[in-house]
Design a protein around this ligand. Structure first.
Ligand SMILES: [Zn+2]
Length: 305
């Protein structure tokens, strides 16, 4: 699991993405900034990792709220240059809350400044190492990964985790290409020579072949049943809300799944449940999976934020 001396991974929980800090002769950089409500913690961890240096450059793999939610606070602290994938820049400039899955999913992020954007194929020098930006559509159409051929390290963000990948949103936003995109991203990872993956969430791992096998199997199970994917999406989104709010009154859940756009949309398209039945299903399933439990009248998460 050895990392180059110029690279440090700050492993976070599931509300904030992992942060990767680079210190090189040419300056310092950070990949991904976590969720907004975690910004004070992110700033403290970052300051510690920088050991008194300034942050010169902030780069995002994609602009979901758990990857760019700390951008504004970090810009306010360091006035650093900020670069994001070109496809995401269009959405950030107009602050498309639906495509970025913010208000539509009851998530929040503060607007931030973009200094420049980069395309897949660009080479970014971070920590004195050349990283190729590789398109990683699927979980997010405009997402990129960063790969160092020299170090054989892949910063995969949400394209590949040790056990799965970032949730794919089925046939939403008028696009029905998410499965094909996810498959092509997994195939492009399989073509790389990777010794170590730094995922967007969870610990680093070296067993890349096994992780890819699990990811392909998961993708096939979703392709076989879009309802299964819709249920998975809803559970992931509710866990995210739970981690954000720390707990939610059980009695409020039927109204919540009826009024928060993405829950109502997925239910109406794929599951056709009453709000009460959807809330009951989600609570029971999260309890069964050990992700949450009932405590008095509240639902509380059992995984680390
Ligand atoms: Zn994401």
């Amino acid at each position: 699991m050895k990392l180059p001396a110029s690279v440090q991974v700050l492993e976070r929980g599931w509300l904030s993405s992992n942060n990767i800090v680079f210190r090189g002769a040419a300056g310092t950089a950070l990949v991904d900034s976590g969720y907004g409500s975690h910004a004070p913690q992110t700033l403290a961890l970052l300051a510690h990792a920088l050991r008194g240096a300034r942050l010169d450059w902030l780069v995002n793999t994609h602009c979901h709220s758990d990857h760019m939610g700390g951008n504004r606070a970090i810009q306010d602290r360091y006035q650093c240059r900020t670069s994001i994938p070109s496809g995401e820049a269009r959405l950030i400039e107009v602050w498309d809350e639906k495509a970025l899955i913010f208000g539509f999913a009851d998530q929040r992020a503060e607007r931030f400044r973009i200094d420049d954007e980069f395309d897949a194929g660009a080479v970014l020098k971070l920590g004195d190492i050349d990283w190729q930006a590789i398109a990683a559509p699927g979980h997010d159409t405009n997402a990129v990964m960063f790969y160092s051929p020299e170090e054989r390290i892949l910063i995969a963000a949400d394209a590949l985790w040790e056990n799965g990948f970032g949730v794919i949103f089925p046939q939403m936003f008028g696009r029905d290409t998410a499965f094909a995109e996810t498959r092509s991203t997994l195939e492009s990872i399989a073509r790389l020579d990777v010794r170590l993956v730094i995922p967007g969430h969870g610990r680093m791992f070296t067993e890349v072949g096994a992780a890819l096998e699990r990811a392909f199997a998961r993708l096939e199970s979703y392709e076989a049943s879009i309802e299964r994917l819709a249920r998975h999406c809803l559970k992931v989104l509710l866990v995210f809300s739970l981690l954000d709010k720390r707990s939610m009154p059980l009695a409020s859940l039927p109204t919540y799944v009826q009024t928060v756009g993405i829950f109502a949309d997925l239910n109406a398209r794929y599951l056709h449940l009453t709000p009460e039945a959807l809330a009951d299903f989600l609570v029971a399933d999260l309890e069964k999976a050990g992700a949450a439990r009932r405590d008095g009248g509240m639902l509380v998460p059992l995984i680390a934020a």
